[in-house]
Design a protein around this ligand. Structure first.
Ligand code: ADP
Length: 465
């Protein structure tokens, strides 16, 4: 089997009809699988969709078949063979149930890899544990101001494969890529790549931090000297990635000035290269706040600059950007307390970033979610340093309340649901303070997704007003 897919997929071309004559088998019937089912027939591919688990509804199957793809249960899909096997990100690449399919296929890959083979144009790719969507959105705003056919896709909205349709040499893609998708990337080579950070998360899947960092570093391995890797110099695991790529390196830092790269000086974003300095933005003008967002914004600015965006477009887009829902979003004031929805904070570092924003103010933090086994030690120290009060909602993270109390924390409360968390939070927080939903874990213990959790908070705040 040609793992790199080069031989098996040599029939693939770029652009229209790029996959005519190829048989592609898609594994998974979630968001990515359905996107592949919709998009691949348009590239001319014979498309077969299967899944490791059964139970697909007739409506799901009808949607797949309407798009011109064919659904086969796993037992029937085994034995069909395909030029390429596309694994949805939720499927561990070493799942034993894939052995048969993998053996019969010419190559296996992620949807990102396949889309890369089919699309035309230039690509800016963004990865990292936290800040991907914010950074990709910002980069997309800047670039769409400069290039007519700019498409933002990947983890963030449309799948890359859907955005790839109808692309041409002038197309500019901004692609948000997760570590799961990178595991199935072998040839994917963005023109410019951003590595934001590697912080503890997804360790059940990746096993260790080293394996997780290695998956993230795959974004850079195929890049050549003509590409640019934008690396966060403030993150040790990211900084170490410079060794593993031939791409030109542009570091950025919000902590110190750099010889070569981008940094802050009195709020200004400076890009220094070859001894020359250029101002590419002004953090003081931005509506999004906090060192983490300054980092995201610098990364987006430098990457957009490397894609050819002029400094004035960068500066304007940074200034106009209002931030995204569910990320440190003020949803309203109740009894003089600012209520902030940061439901997208699904790991300890994102919650720490949020807490930092309220330094010097009375803050009550609502935490909740599945117990993913995180070590919250650093967050507890921040909570203590900030004198923050904590409400733990639901049973998932009950140990957080126990652990905080064992450390001697006095202001810890428990709440069964969002209504009581908000009610208790407003009682605990003095006027002028903040009630911050920044859960520190994912939402699946009580909700469909983080959006539903954030909307529940918004709704309860509205009722309390
Ligand atoms: P992602 O797409 O990687 O999940 P988002 O931009 O959606 O990133 O932000 C997710 C959460 O992480 C939000 O709570 C946000 O406030 C926080 N966050 C954003 N950027 C960073 C960063 N650079 N470091 C730590 N936390 C961050």
């Amino acid at each position: 089997m040609d793992v790199l897919g080069v031989k098996a997929l040599k029939g693939l071309r770029k652009g229209k009809d790029a996959a005519r004559g190829a048989r592609v088998m898609v594994v998974g019937t979630g968001v990515t699988g359905l996107a592949c089912a919709r998009a691949l027939p348009k590239f001319g591919a014979e498309t077969i969709v299967t899944d490791l688990k059964g139970g697909q509804s007739p409506a799901d199957i009808a949607r797949i078949e309407e798009a011109g793809a064919k659904f086969l249960p796993l037992s029937e899909a085994e034995g069909v063979g395909a030029d390429a096997l596309v694994l949805s990100p939720g499927i561990p690449t070493d799942d034993e149930r894939l052995i048969e399919l993998k053996t019969q296929a010419g190559a296996w890959m992620s949807e990102i890899e396949l889309a890369y083979m089919l699309c035309e144009g230039r690509i800016l790719a963004v990865t990292g544990t936290n800040g991907k969507t914010t950074t990709a959105t910002l980069a997309g705003r800047i670039l769409s101001d400069c290039f007519d056919d700019t498409r933002v896709a990947g983890n963030i909205g449309d799948a890359f494969i859907e955005a790839a349709e109808g692309s041409g040499p002038g197309t500019v893609f901004v692609i948000e890529v997760s570590s799961y998708q990178l595991e199935g990337c072998f040839n994917f080579r963005p023109d410019v790549a951003i590595e934001l950070n590697v912080q503890p998360d997804h360790l059940k899947r990746h096993g260790t931090m080293a394996a997780y960092a290695a998956a993230k570093a795959r974004l850079l391995t195929r890049m050549t000297e003509s590409g640019t890797a934008v690396l966060n110099a403030d993150d040790m695991l990211v900084a170490a990635m410079a060794k593993g790529t031939r791409a030109g390196i542009l570091n950025y830092s919000v902590e110190r000035e750099l010889e070569r790269g981008a940094f802050l000086r009195s709020g200004r974003m400076i890009l220094r290269m070859g001894g020359e300095e250029e101002i590419i933005g002004d953090a003081g003008e931005m509506k999004i706040k906090g060192p983490h967002n300054e980092g995201n914004a610098i990364a987006a600015a430098v990457a957009a600059r490397a894609m050819g965006a002029p400094a004035e477009n960068i500066r304007k887009a940074l200034k106009d950007f209002e931030g995204l829902k569910h990320r440190i979003e003020t949803v309203g004031f109740a009894r003089g307390v600012e209520c902030v929805n940061d439901s997208k904070a699904t790991n300890p570092d994102s919650t720490r970033a949020a807490l930092r924003m309220f330094a010097g103010r009375a803050v009550t933090l609502i935490m909740c979610g599945d117990d993913k086994g995180f070590d919250y030690g650093g967050l507890y120290e921040d909570i203590e340093a900030a004198g923050a009060k904590v409400i733990v909602m639901g049973a998932g993270l009950a140990r957080v309340a126990d652990e905080l109390e064992a450390r001697g924390a006095a202001d810890v409360a428990r709440a069964a649901d969002m209504a009581s968390a908000v009610r208790t939070g407003l009682e605990m927080t003095p006027e002028g303070g903040a009630l911050l939903l920044s859960p520190g874990s994912s939402s699946f213990d009580m909700y469909k997704n983080y959006e539903e959790r954030g909307e529940d908070f918004r709704n309860e705040v509205r009722l309390a007003q």
